[in-house]
Ligand binder design. Structure first.
Ligand SMILES: Cc1cc2nc3c(=O)[nH]c(=O)nc-3n(C[C@H](O)[C@H](O)[C@H](O)COP(=O)(O)OP(=O)(O)OC[C@H]3O[C@@H](n4cnc5c(N)ncnc54)[C@H](O)[C@@H]3O)c2cc1C
Length: 392
């Protein structure tokens, strides 16, 4: 109701997602949110997203995707998040981890992995963060040493979406070459790691599922350890020392995706609030008649419009091949914070019926939203990027 199209191509995607959500998401959304450990990863939903063509949509058709534009993909994420942010995240992680393989991989690597990732057959993960390298991503301690025809990898990663179930890892680390001269960021490299054979983890990798996650529970988050893991030399992604560029280039697009996540959540919070304000009676009239409630609705609606403008603009710049890092940072920062504002106001409008999850979706949106200000670079990091581009 509160979404509009900046481009004709968007409505078809909205309609497709609405039909998908009715059939596949709405019947299980609550169940996926409350599943207990250890097997919380929503494998059936992941496979269904793949089968219905929602995974890897930005990949070209010859690589198993749909070749949609960035604006179309933004619309997909916005709509999926409107129905269930955690289900959307299943898809968003696949996109995040497949993009660098497609963009920086050799023809052979692309042919081998991208179609299978785009169909949902292989689960990929983007493996950058370490216990001491979150915002300070350059501070990678995981290392690889070349030994004949393979690298030997040692180290530890944390907070990796789907890291506990992934088949293929886009693994960032430092390749030790012994020269000690290059700047730290230049020495980060990326390897493609086939983490499983016949469904079982290969020797040298251990994983665990992180427990008690606040929201986004259909999609799991893992911790990984590498102990003398052998990775074939030809699995280097891009060139030695170019890993930081691969990671940052990937994150530019992913930040627009998080902006779209925030937008979808904010729109759902507004819709639920409007519906509720019309029907909840206090002091003999609908609460929507009270100015206090009207102002919250007005502020939500206005901020959503501004957020939508930023998210669509960053997507359209990406589609035109323009540099869009700054716009992606602004969109991610603003949309995720607008989502927080809107779920908070929606909670206030629903009051007790918002706080208790069995009565409305607001409690779930409140939990699912919070990570959007943290992953793909915290709000503080986005502000650093934005200020840095004005002050340099
Ligand atoms: C559910 C979840 C999913 C995730 N998925 C992935 C994934 O798939 N792959 C992956 O690689 N990572 C993933 N992450 C990691 C995520 O990107 C990091 O958590 C995030 O970048 C922040 O790092 P940190 O948690 O170590 O916080 P820190 O970097 O330790 O930051 C702590 C606080 O200090 C602030 N801060 C740090 N540096 C500065 C500075 N220079 N100026 C101002 N403030 C600063 C931060 O903004 C924050 O408020 C995920 C995290 C979570 C929780």
């Amino acid at each position: 109701m509160f979404r509009y199209n900046a481009d004709n191509s968007q409505q078809a995607i909205r309609d497709r997602v609405a039909a998908f959500a009715k059939k596949y998401i709405e019947p299980v959304s609550r169940d996926l949110d409350h599943r207990d450990d250890p097997d919380r990863f929503a494998m059936d939903m992941y496979k269904t997203l793949g089968k219905e063509g929602f995974i890897g949509m930005k990949m070209p058709k010859e690589y198993g995707g749909s070749g949609v534009s960035s604006l179309e993909y933004t619309t997909l994420v916005e709509e999926l998040c409107y129905y269930d942010p955690a289900v959307c995240l299943l898809d968003a992680v696949a996109e995040l981890a497949t993009y660098p393989i497609y963009t920086f991989g050799t023809d052979e690597q692309k042919k081998k992995y991208v179609p299978k990732c785009a169909s949902g057959e292989l689960i990929p993960a983007f493996v950058l963060t370490e216990p001491d390298a979150g915002s300070d991503a350059v501070n990678q301690k995981t290392t690889a040493v070349l030994n004949g025809d393979h690298y030997v990898v040692n180290g530890e990663k944390i907070f990796i979406m789907h890291g506990d179930v992934a088949d293929i890892l886009v693994l960032f680390l430092k390749i030790e070459d012994g020269d000690g001269n290059e700047k730290a960021s230049r020495k980060i490299s990326a390897l493609l790691v086939e983490a499983r054979k016949d469904g079982k983890l290969i020797p040298g990798i251990k994983v665990s599922t992180l427990k008690k996650k606040m929201g986004m529970r259909a999609a799991t988050t893992g911790r990984l350890w590498f102990d003398n893991l052998k990775v074939p030399k030809e699995n280097l992604l891009g060139e030695v020392g170019k890993g930081f560029k691969i990671a940052m280039n990937t994150l530019d697009g992913a930040r627009v995706g998080v902006a779209a996540q925030g937008l979808g959540v904010a729109e759902r919070a507004l819709q639920e609030s409007v519906d509720y304000a019309k029907k909840r009676i206090c002091f003999g009239q609908p609460i929507g008649k009270f100015q206090a409630i009207q102002w919250m609705i007005a502020d939500m609606a206005t901020q959503i419009e501004a957020a939508r403008g930023l998210a669509y603009r960053a997507s359209q710049m990406q589609d035109k091949g323009e540099k869009f890092s700054l716009e992606a940072a602004k969109a991610k920062l603003y949309c995720s914070e607008v989502a927080k504002f809107c779920v908070d106001k929606a909670m206030q409008i629903h009051a007790g019926y918002g706080y208790i999850g069995e009565f409305s979706i607001i409690e779930k949106l409140y939990r699912d939203q919070r990570i959007m200000e943290i992953y793909e670079g915290t709000s503080e990091v986005q502000r650093l990027v934005i200020a840095g581009s004005y002050l340099r």
